[in-house]
Structure formats: structure tokens, C-alpha cells
Design a binder for this molecule. Structure first.
Ligand code: SF4
Length: 72
């Protein structure tokens, strides 16, 4: 898959969310460069739009994304 279309503006990808460098690198490889479909941030963005994506939602937080989407 190509890089996620949100890379240029994504707070996670651009280091504006606190995590360890090793974890960030792993998530960027798995989600941002390989497959954005399971990314929690991308899922909320697709269904509800950019303003609905919480600033502290990490790519691996699929349960939280499901909760947000179920509430909408
Ligand atoms: S964290 Fe998710 S929304 Fe952000 S660039 Fe990576 S795949 Fe896209």
C-alpha cells in the first residue's frame, strides 16, 4: 500500500504525540507506510472527519476508535 494520505498533517506521524522513538518507528512502519486501514486515527478520520480524531488517539487504539464510532 502507498503511504497514508494523512502523513503530512498527522500529529502522530509528525512527532506531536508522546511515545518512545522505537514504538513510534514501529507504528509508522506498520500503519503509516504499510497499511492505514487498521489505524485507529485513520478509521475515525474516514467516518467522522479530522476534527473528530482525538489528539491522544494512537494508531494501535482500535478499541477506542470503535467506541468513538459507536457513539457517533
Ligand atoms: S497514524 Fe494513522 S492517520 Fe496518521 S499518518 Fe499514520 S496511518 Fe495515517
Amino acid at each position: 500500500m502507498p503511504d497514508c494520505e494523512l502523513i503530512a498533517e498527522c500529529p502522530f506521524f509528525n512527532g506531536r504525540m508522546t511515545t518512545t522513538p522505537a514504538l513510534a518507528a514501529m507504528y509508522k512502519l506498520i500503519y503509516c507506510h504499510e497499511d492505514n486501514v487498521p489505524c485507529a486515527r485513520h478509521q475515525v478520520f474516514l467516518k467522522l472527519g479530522k476534527p473528530a480524531v482525538p489528539p491522544d488517539l494512537f494508531p494501535h487504539m482500535q478499541d477506542e476508535a470503535e467506541t468513538i464510532l459507536a457513539r457517533s
